[in-house]
Design a protein around this ligand. Structure first.
Ligand code: SAM
Length: 208
């Protein structure tokens, strides 16, 4: 975010409930954040939390169809819905001259991850290692400005509150909610037990 001008036009692509909007506005206090997600429930939460700020526009929509122009497209934990190549292709025309894309992408951190880790990510058959993501970035015609792996502290900042919420909901949970809570427990356990094998890496990229 250090390279973002104070008046940047930022797109939060697949914003979820809008947790990143304050940080994006802090990086560009004179700018504007256009935030969208295809899940209406998340959009309503984001609107309730941040929609009164005149520096935001928040709506339900498809991140593959954003038009811009944006100085930065930020996409946290959602590029895999489109694929890295497809997302970067879709966003090229939505970037202002000099604009960049910053996204996080789940990657394998080793050549031979354990069977448990592979089973945990079985639904995401296209998952690659970091060189695989770099190849897709290059094939899409982008240069890499920087990369960084998400820290353990960042993961715990997500799973810690989730653990607490699961503990709060468990005593009263019916069968459907109990199944969802167990999925949450399993996901947190997968990361805690196998975090050297996979994780999210942040990539900041710009069209060549
Ligand atoms: C793991 S969540 C990440 C949400 C948010 N970026 C965050 O970090 O909290 C992935 C999000 O991608 C959204 N999503 C998936 N495909 C999308 C699409 N084509 N257009 C817009 N949003 C999409 C989902 O609805 C979900 O909110």
């Amino acid at each position: 975010m250090a390279g973002v001008p104070a008046d940047a036009r930022i797109c939060d692509a697949a914003c979820g409930p809008g947790a990143d909007i304050p940080a994006l506005l802090a990086a560009a206090p004179d700018g504007h954040v256009t935030a969208l997600d295809k899940a209406e429930g998340f959009v309503k939460q984001a609107q309730a939390a941040h929609g009164s700020d005149p520096r935001t526009t928040i709506f339900a929509g498809d991140m593959a169809a954003v038009t811009g122009p944006f100085d930065l497209i930020w996409c946290a934990g959602a590029v895999y819905f489109l694929g890295v190549r497809q997302a970067l292709d879709a966003w090229k025309n939505a970037l202002a001259p000099g604009g960049a894309v910053a996204f996080s992408q789940v990657c394998w951190f080793m050549d031979a991850p354990s069977q448990t880790a592979q089973e945990g990510w079985a639904e995401y058959a296209d998952m690659t290692d970091e060189p695989g993501v770099l190849s897709a970035i290059d094939a899409a015609g982008y240069d890499v400005l920087g990369t960084r792996r998400l820290s353990d502290a960042a993961w715990e900042a997500y799973y810690g509150p989730m653990d607490a919420r699961i503990a709060q909901l468990t005593p009263e949970a019916g069968p459907a909610l109990a199944a969802v809570l167990q999925e949450g427990r399993d996901e947190a356990a997968l990361w805690r037990n196998h975090r050297t094998e996979f994780g999210y890496t942040l990539f900041v990229v710009r069209p060549r």
